[in-house]
Design a protein around this ligand. Structure first.
Ligand code: FES
Length: 326
């Protein structure tokens, strides 16, 4: 008995920067079983319909990370994205190259910006010869020390997180989620002697540009959870150096503002973040806000039940989870 198939419509981004005036979308229609991965479908397009379609892949098993692309606007590994759910949700499959990296041709991007940030964090052990070998073992790390890496060793460097990241798009100084997750991995490695240097450097090297949108964690096919490791890095950086940067001062001021009154006091937040000299530079912006929305510059009215917020903070300080808090 032959396998049931569905009619699958693919709209595939095509662009050759050398020859084309601009990008276009070519439509291909195939009959395929619904479990067919998008990558297999694209390879069939190339074999049967259009040998000029350019894409990158290798393992076809979600290991090498080379087939990452935009599938119906989400950064995915094409070799593990079956067509059935995509068609059921959107009726067709739009395939595009990854974002935040220049297109070389069709679905292939130049990954140099992604790897440049990776190299910048020195992604290798700077071995500390003083790290003791646990007694009676040939392994230089204990299981508890390995656990501190969390999910970071799962990363296959597919750049799906980098493609999904609006902070990369907004500011090229942001190193990107993968580089920061890798940085975390070395910062918590007890064998590494570059930890402090790495932490100090990253404070002024884009750590605080993260927008906390968690789109990287949503996009990661290996559940590395980069946004959570970025949060951990911020905590480690403050613990190592104090709140020396506008980003860290803003994070602490935000926390204390909410603790005090259950809401933000924008004026106070700006002063605590930028300091008085910094506030002076923001005067023109303040005047614009005052003209359009003067209420934003007033001290907020006290809100009922604000004392409950303090109890949440106390519970969190006690190491309890939010769910345990009153
Ligand atoms: S081809 Fe290797 S991860 Fe998809």
């Amino acid at each position: 008995m032959s396998e049931a198939t569905v009619k699958a419509t693919f709209d595939v981004y095509r662009f050759d920067p050398v020859r084309d005036a601009g990008p276009r979308y070519d439509r291909y229609v195939l009959d395929l079983p619904p479990h067919t991965p998008v990558l297999t479908a694209l390879l069939q397009v190339r074999a049967d319909l259009d040998p000029s379609l350019t894409l990158r892949y290798s393992c076809r098993s979600a290991i090498c990370g080379s087939c990452a692309m935009q599938i119906n606007s989400k950064s995915r590994l094409a070799c593990e994205a079956p067509i059935g759910p995509e068609l059921a949700r959107d009726g067709r499959i739009v395939v595009e190259p990854m974002r935040n990296q220049p297109v070389l041709r069709d679905l292939v991007v130049d990954q140099e910006p992604f790897w440049r940030e990776y190299r910048r964090i020195e992604p290798h052990l700077i071995l500390d010869p003083r790290h003791p070998m646990p007694e009676g073992t040939a392994n230089p790390m204990t299981p508890a020390e390995v656990d501190r890496f969390k999910e970071t060793p799962r990363c296959i460097a597919c750049a799906a997180c980098y493609s999904a990241c609006p902070a990369v798009e907004a500011d090229p100084a942001f190193p990107g989620p993968m580089a920061l997750a890798k940085l975390y991995r070395f910062v918590v490695d007890p064998r590494d002697q570059g930890q402090q240097d790495r932490l100090v450097k990253i404070q002024t090297d884009g750590l605080w540009l993260c927008l906390r949108c968690h789109l990287c964690t949503e996009a990661c096919p290996k559940d590395v959870r980069p946004s959570e490791r970025i949060r951990d890095l911020k905590e480690l950086a403050i613990a190592a150096q104090g709140a020396t940067e506008p980003g860290s001062r803003h994070a602490l001021a935000f926390k204390e503002n909410i603790r005090e009154r259950g809401q933000l006091n924008e004026m106070k937040l700006a002063r605590q973040t930028a300091g008085l000299p910094g506030l002076v530079t923001q005067v023109p912006q303040g005047i614009r806000i005052w003209r359009k929305k003067p209420e934003l510059l007033h001290a907020p009215h006290p809100i009922e039940g604000a004392d409950q917020v303090e109890k949440i903070y106390e519970a969190l300080d006690d190491g309890k989870t939010k769910e345990d808090a009153p």
